[in-house]
Every structure is written in structure tokens, then in C-alpha cells.
Design a binder for this molecule. Structure first.
Ligand code: PMP
Length: 431
């Protein structure tokens, strides 16, 4: 591997001034210098195909988004205590992407802040405290977000499960207890029993429609349709975390909850909403916004500022103008089909799952489905050495994750799959 001379030096400076708690990708971390659309360039001028980063949703450094930010930054940037047209204009445009009942939006600066805010609003609306969370779920880095994130509190170094949390098993049709067409119903039956048996009424139930940190696990078909009514029966509210799955990435739908044929009471958005500019939001109903409005004032210094609104608006426009949801569908379907072909060739590919340009490839030891973290890491690092970026995640970090900018092409997808094929061929020749 060709190494940038200052890589070691840069790592040392990070540790000196920040902390090794900031993780780095790859055995050989990359010193990045530029990016454009689905490509990133290191300090030596090497070009990486980005099959991983979902935050630059419409493409790294997209000129329309860059221009929107630059123009607005030079004109006015302030906070919501003044009137400016961009706030309601952007809010209206964003809300037009949701079902009619979701008609209020609160802007913050990250997915974590949005998750945190949903909890505050849920308590304000229900006056209940228990929160039902998904096994392996992740919702952010604030204390409350960590409380509701099994991925963090259940880590050996984590804080453990708080008393007000009720965790429900992930309805995983590959690795879980139930498989097949009825799995969603069967998982839901157990979760509904948990809901009915709880001593304290549930304030909120939060999950992603495809559990990203859990290893790109789509909730079994029909699952949420059974859970939502049980939560609402207790006076609780249903939250969909669309930070990873939203904005057309899934191809068939603009939001992940649509695939489950439900309408949540609150939606959390972040990451792709502003293509990398720090932004998050909570979208909710009139009734919940009204309950929240009766409490202490809500203010975010940066949330909904004119620059953020201009950037967010430009992202929505680019998604439409460039038909990126349609591209996610077309390229994603093709990508998944050639990955499924590759699965036939290698026993170590246990499962190919996900939707649109949000896919997971589970690497296993053989037919018994034992996780294979070391091979997953080998593939990830070899791809990096061959200038392709993907990552790993899941409870054993054994699932390859691919969720590229939505301008990804079929040729890009083929390059990734051909390269994984090459890596595995070489691997099995050596073994
Ligand atoms: N929810 C989900 C599903 C996420 O993946 C993340 C970030 N990985 C967050 C919330 C938190 O977002 P942020 O990092 O912007 O605070």
C-alpha cells in the first residue's frame, strides 16, 4: 500500500490533541484530501470509489449544494428568533415528503439531538416514561440517545440497560428465531406480549426500519403494523429513526416506514438531510407539537438557520432533479442481484439483504451461519487497498455495509462486486 508520508504523524497528533476514542477506518487509515460525487481522493491523489458513505447523499461536494451554502453564508446566517423566508419554505418542502399527519418539523444539528428531542416530546405528550427499544439499535451519542441504543448500552464497556428501557428482540429473518413469510407476525406477537405485560405504560417505541448498526437488518415484513397499534393502545407514540434509511435511499420508498405500511407519530432525520452539513430534525404531528408547545420554550442556536435551510432545500431539489430515488432503485436492484449471484459462488456469503442503495452482506464461516468477522475485515481492508470504500458492522462486526452516494452507477456496483470476487478467489487460493 502506498502510504502518505504524514499518516503516522497525523495519527500521533490526533491522539495528542484529541483521543484514541475517535476510531479510524482500516488497518491503513486514509489521509483524505478531496471528494466529488461517488469518489474520494487521498493526499497522494489516489481515487477511491465510495461505496460506503451515506451522508454525502446526492454526491460529495455536489456543486448545487455547495453553491446554496456559499451563497446563503455570504448573505445572512442567523437564528430562528428573527423572521426569514427560508425557514418556512424549507419546512414546507420537507413536510411535503411526509404523509399528511406528519406536518410539524423541529430543526436541530444532528441525528443525536433529534433522537434526544423525540424523548423530550414523548414525555411531554404522554406523561409516561418507559421506552421500548430495538435490540442492536443505535440512535446517537447524547446520554439519552445512548440510553435508548442497545448498540451502546449493551457494549461490554457500556453503561448497561437503564430501568426505564424495555428492549425487544430484533425481528431478523436470517439469524433470528423466526424465518419465512410469517416471521413478522410471530416476532410481533412476542413484542406485543412484552408491551402488554409491562408494569409501566410505554411512552415511546423507537426503531429504524432497517437496523443499520445491527448489520443492515430489515425488520421482518408486517412487523410494525402489529406493534404500532399495541403501543398506541397504551397511549404511547411510535418513532421511526430514518437517519440512515431516509431521503429515497431505499429506492422503493422515500422513507423506510413506508415499506412497513405504517405512519409513525415522529420521525428522526439527519445525516443525508444536508449532504454533510450538520443538521437533524424531528417531524411530528400537530397534537404532539401542541403538547410540546405547552412546556418550556424550545430553542436551538443553529437548528433551522438560513444556511442550513438553504442547503437542505438544495438537497431535496437535487434528489428530484436528478431522480436519485429512481437511481437508488435501479442501481440498488442491480447491485443486490449481482451480489446474490456472487453468494452462489461463495459459502462465506451468508446473506445479501437490504433495499436500494442500503445493502448488507453477511460474512459467515460456512453453512452453519457462524459469523466470520476476520474474513469480513479482510475483505474490507483488501477493498481499501484496491481503492474501494465499504465498512463492516453488526453485533460481531461481520456484515459488510454498502450505502453509497445515490449517484452511484451500475458500473460502480459491478466494480465493487468484481473486486470482492477477486479478493475471495485469492483468499481461497491461499487457504
Ligand atoms: N440514528 C441513527 C440510525 C444513526 O445511524 C445515527 C448516526 N450513526 C444517529 C441516529 C445519530 O446521528 P448523529 O451522528 O448525526 O448525531
Amino acid at each position: 500500500v502506498h502510504k502518505t508520508p504524514s499518516t503516522e504523524e497525523e495519527i500521533k497528533r490526533r491522539h495528542q490533541y484529541i483521543s484514541p476514542i475517535l476510531s479510524l477506518s482500516y488497518k491503513e487509515p486514509i489521509f483524505m484530501s478531496r471528494s466529488a460525487f461517488q469518489y474520494m481522493y487521498d493526499a497522494d491523489g489516489n481515487t477511491f470509489l465510495d461505496a460506503y458513505n451515506n451522508i454525502p447523499h446526492v454526491g460529495h461536494s455536489h456543486p448545487k449544494v455547495v453553491e446554496a451554502g456559499q451563497r446563503q453564508m455570504a448573505q445572512l446566517n442567523t437564528n430562528t428568533r428573527y423572521l426569514y423566508d427560508l425557514l418556512p419554505t424549507y419546512a414546507e418542502k420537507l413536510l411535503s415528503k411526509f404523509p399528511n399527519t406528519l406536518n410539524k418539523v423541529f430543526f436541530v444539528n444532528s441525528g443525536s439531538a433529534a433522537s434526544d428531542l423525540t424523548m423530550r416530546m414523548a414525555h411531554a405528550h404522554t406523561n409516561q416514561k418507559t421506552v421500548m427499544v430495538m435490540e442492536h439499535g443505535y440512535h446517537g451519542n447524547t446520554q439519552i440517545s445512548i440510553d435508548i441504543s442497545d448498540y451502546k448500552f449493551n457494549n461490554p464497556k457500556g453503561q448497561g440497560q437503564k430501568k426505564y428501557i424495555l428492549k425487544t428482540p430484533i425481528p431478523d429473518t436470517y439469524r433470528g428465531k423466526y424465518t419465512g413469510e410469517n416471521a413478522g407476525k410471530l416476532y410481533a406477537e412476542e413484542a406485543v406480549k412484552q408491551i402488554e405485560d409491562t408494569d409501566h405504560p410505554i411512552a415511546a417505541f423507537i426503531t429504524e426500519p432497517i437496523v443499520g448498526c445491527g448489520g443492515q437488518v430489515p425488520l421482518a415484513k408486517g412487523y410494525l403494523k402489529e406493534i404500532y397499534p399495541a403501543i398506541r393502545k397504551q397511549g404511547g407514540i411510535c418513532i421511526s429513526d430514518e437517519v440512515q434509511t431516509g431521503f429515497g435511499r431505499l429506492g422503493d420508498h422515500f422513507w423506510g416506514f413506508e415499506a412497513q405500511e405504517v405512519v409513525p407519530d415522529m420521525v428522526i432525520v439527519g445525516k443525508p438531510i444536508a449532504n454533510g452539513h450538520p443538521m437533524g430534525a424531528v417531524i411530528t404531528t400537530d397534537e404532539i407539537a401542541e403538547s410540546f408547545g405547552k412546556g418550556v420554550q424550545f430553542f436551538s442556536s443553529f437548528g433551522g438557520n438560513p444556511v442550513s435551510c438553504a442547503i437542505g432545500l438544495s438537497v431535496l431539489e437535487v434528489i428530484e432533479e436528478e431522480k436519485l430515488q429512481e437511481n437508488a432503485k435501479e442501481v440498488g436492484d442491480y447491485y443486490k442481484s449481482i451480489l446474490s449471484e456472487l453468494q452462489k459462488k461463495y459459502d462465506c456469503i451468508g446473506d445479501v439483504r437490504g433495499s436500494g442503495l442500503f445493502l448488507g452482506i453477511e460474512i459467515i464461516k460456512g453453512k452453519n451461519r457462524e459469523t466470520n468477522r476476520s474474513l469480513a475485515h479482510h475483505i474490507k481492508n483488501e477493498l481499501r487497498n484496491k481503492f474501494i470504500l465499504i465498512s463492516t458492522d453488526g453485533p460481531d462486526d461481520s456484515v459488510l455495509k454498502t450505502k453509497p452516494p445515490l449517484c452511484f452507477t451500475k458500473e460502480n456496483a459491478k466494480e465493487v462486486v468484481d473486486t470482492i470476487d477477486e479478493i475471495l478467489e485469492a483468499y481461497y487460493q491461499k487457504v
